[in-house]
Design a protein around this ligand. Structure first.
Ligand SMILES: [Zn+2]
Length: 484
């Protein structure tokens, strides 16, 4: 008797997300789950996809994003779908859209504007955000972190240049509990940013403890990614131990010419720490970073590219040194004039990027910041760049390892039990791509160019991308952390 399914992908190379070598075969999908992995010749389906020998893999998990608002405002999530991404983790770097209501009495501290203007922060609780998402889901799934900077801005009424008081900490802990109960997967911090910098370690640890009681994890944009990188890792580990939570170091890197090569030491230290606690990191495959324009960050970079400036929109896509020259100012003076603004900082060395990316603990996360016309190309290119440039062209690691870093490994670190692997019973989040042509096309000059080589993307058993085109399906769900 014939086995029935909704979708069959046949004539493929199966790379299952565990890191195991690819094998020929196919997979079948019934409802929102994978029903068969391997021989699908006897399976009948209304929708048959001939993969033409291309790779079928679990849908990619972008574990470091700032997509909180875009998930609601641009639910097609084209910049992610076109890369084969089926799940994003949002609320990173201490900044989440919820829970937060702005006030007329004080300005939002940097870097909260990365997610939107005041009027776009409109969810007093994470439950409200979750409801909005579930009412009008995106094309892809989302898991959410609760941001320390966001919590602190509200609890401290914008007066963030000091440690929080006990009462303010209690208020933030209560918000963490409510957020975790409503389905968030943990907390994030951004201790390098003005909004979080004056928080002592103990303040963050108190929130980690609250999240830990619900099995949450702690993702952190470290206090320092330059001279004091290792010290900052120690702080993150201390917070992890205090809260008894797994730690994810965000966008692991070292910046500043004088510090290049320092990831040898940082990775060694992470390995030592990992013997006593759970600690991993994400990384994006570029030597330039991007965030709010901050005067104190300029000197660390080789050059600075302006992404957006409210006061001087025409400077988007210009280098700061060119703007400074035209205006007859120093770069610092020009930056003061441009702020509030976003910028790309060229401050890393390629060897450090490769060393971090190749490390077995590394997960791929784009750190893309949507919402501007000239974003860092990582927003559109991260995943195909790891597959096509770093794995196929540069041979930094085998394709199976590249896929593992964006699927099975990530799902296991984040506790997404039924995702990130191809096996019967797993959620049918699937990406089919051509291993010979997959490649990023987004560049610093043309940052919103879609990637090559992504054939099909399936989210929860529904096709969201097919033959180079996005479908109207919006099957995304909020993903919780299953494994505590
Ligand atoms: Zn960050």
């Amino acid at each position: 008797m014939a086995v029935r399914a909704d979708i069959v992908i046949d004539n493929a190379t199966i790379i299952d997300g565990t890191g195991s070598p690819g094998v020929p075969g196919g997979i079948a999908v019934a409802g929102d789950r994978i029903s068969v992995v391997g021989d699908v010749s006897g399976v009948e389906a209304r929708h048959r996809i001939d993969a033409g020998g291309h790779v079928v893999a679990p849908g990619f998990i972008d574990c470091h994003t700032h997509d909180d608002r875009m998930l609601l405002d641009e639910p097609g999530m084209t910049c992610k779908v076109t890369q084969g991404v089926t799940t994003v983790v949002a609320g990173n770097c201490g900044v989440s859209l919820a829970p937060f209501l702005p006030s007329d009495d004080w300005d939002m501290p940097v870097p909260m504007a990365l997610l939107g203007e005041k009027k776009q922060y409109k969810f007093p609780s994470f439950r409200d955000y979750a409801k909005a998402f579930e009412r009008a889901p995106a094309a892809i799934n989302a898991a959410m972190l609760c941001g320390h900077n966001t919590l602190r801005a509200e609890a401290m009424q914008g007066d963030v240049k000091r440690p929080a008081t006990e009462i303010e900490i209690a208020r933030m802990q209560q918000k963490v509990r409510e957020t975790m109960e409503a389905g968030a997967i943990g907390i994030s911090s951004g201790l390098m940013y003005p909004a979080g910098f004056d928080a002592p370690t103990s303040e963050v640890a108190a929130l980690a403890e609250a999240a830990g009681k619900y099995g949450g994890l702690y993702a952190t944009h470290l206090r320092d990614e330059a001279e004091k990188l290792v010290q900052s890792i120690e702080e993150a580990a201390e917070i992890g131990r205090a809260g008894q939570v797994a730690v994810v170091l965000s966008h692991h890197k070292i910046t500043g010419r004088n510090n290049w090569g320092g990831t040898k030491l940082s990775l060694e230290r992470i390995e030592q720490l990992a013997e006593g606690q759970t600690i991993h990191f994400d990384v994006y495959p570029y030597v330039a970073s991007a965030t709010a324009l901050m005067v104190e960050r300029i000197s660390v970079a080789e050059k600075v590219l302006i992404v957006a400036s409210d006061k001087h929109p025409r400077t988007a896509g210009w280098y700061l040194h060119d703007i400074a020259e035209e205006w007859g100012m120093t770069q610092a003076e020009a930056a003061e004039e441009l702020i509030p603004a976003q910028a790309i900082y060229f401050a890393m060395h390629e060897d450090d990027v490769r060393r971090v990316l190749a490390h077995p603990r590394a997960m791929v996360g784009s750190d893309g910041i949507p919402g501007t016309d000239a974003p860092h190309p990582r927003l559109w290119g991260t995943f195909p760049r790891v597959l096509g440039y770093y794995s196929r062209q540069e041979k930094l690691f085998p394709l199976e390892t590249a896929v593992h870093k964006m699927t099975g490994h990530t799902a296991s670190v984040f506790g997404f039990r039924d995702r990130g692997v191809l096996r019967p019973g797993a959620v049918a989040d699937i990406t089919v791509f051509d291993p010979e042509t997959v490649l990023d096309r987004a560049t610093f000059e043309k940052p919103t160019t879609p990637s090559d080589g992504i054939d099909h993307v399936i989210v929860g058993g529904e096709v969201v991308f097919e033959d180079g085109k996005q479908t109207a399906a919006r099957p995304g769900r909020l993903v919780r952390r299953d494994a505590a």
